[in-house]
Design a protein around this ligand. Structure first.
Ligand SMILES: [Ca+2]
Ligand SMILES: [Ca+2]
Length: 219
């Protein structure tokens, strides 16, 4: 637990330094580092045990109780966290591993996060496309969808609708912690392309800002 808190706090410091993390709730309890946000927004009320069970139920095609590489191909956000969540290193995610990962992710106490999503094709920015982050089905109803449009640099600030943001944060682009499939739509992007995926996870040392290159899978 102490390690998880340390990692979360380290990430928080890192994110704050680049001005991306705006609201922190629950860190008083988790890390004792004091009130850091103007208002408190709780993490989404995800129940890790139920969400992990729902993920296995939906994705475990061969019924062995865990999600292997082939099964994870249907869920890009879980595929993106295998390296960190696969505790027994069998290249599969079991229900307890998913539950533990979600518990850690939500346990960081972060309500809303600023996420910059960069879209490129062969390394070049793709402007004017919409990136839509849709919560995975096993988190739907709890985690809200978020979206943004890429600028000339191919960067979209991804946010939930203003109506879902606190009154004092209407001018900030923020979204919730969670696992998302990412739909990229716009001129020149194949509508039939398989969704990408991303975990908005404040405990990920790699950060919360994804980068997608559309050429990688032939989009
Ligand atoms: Ca399986
Ligand atoms: Ca495993």
């Amino acid at each position: 637990m102490g390690k998880h808190i340390f990692r979360a706090r380290e990430q928080v410091v890192k994110v704050r330094l680049i001005g991306r993390l705006v609201v922190i709730a629950g860190l008083v309890a988790a890390g004792g580092c004091g009130m850091m946000g103007a208002s408190q927004v709780a993490p989404p009320s995800v129940r890790p045990e139920a969400a992990a069970a729902a993920a296995i139920s939906a994705l475990d095609a061969n019924g062995d109780g865990r999600l292997d590489e082939a099964e994870l191909a249907a869920c890009a956000s879980l595929a993106a966290v295998v390296a960190r969540w696969d505790a027994d290193q069998d290249k599969s995610l079991s229900q307890p591993e998913i539950e533990a990962g979600l518990t850690q992710m939500m346990g960081a106490g972060v309500g809303l996060v600023g996420v910059s999503c960069r879209v490129t094709r062969n390394g070049k920015p793709v402007p004017n496309v919409e990136v839509r982050f849709v919560p995975e089905d096993f988190l739907s109803g709890v985690v809200k969808a978020a979206s943004g449009t890429t600028d000339a640099d191919g960067v979209a600030e991804v946010a939930i609708p203003p109506a879902d943001r606190p009154a004092d944060q209407q001018d900030l682009t923020l979204m919730q912690v969670g696992l998302y499939r990412v739909e990229v739509t716009g001129p020149g992007v194949s509508a039939a392309a398989k969704p990408l995926g991303w975990a908005v996870d404040p405990t990920d040392r790699g950060g919360t800002n994804p980068r997608f290159d559309l050429a990688k899978d032939g989009r």
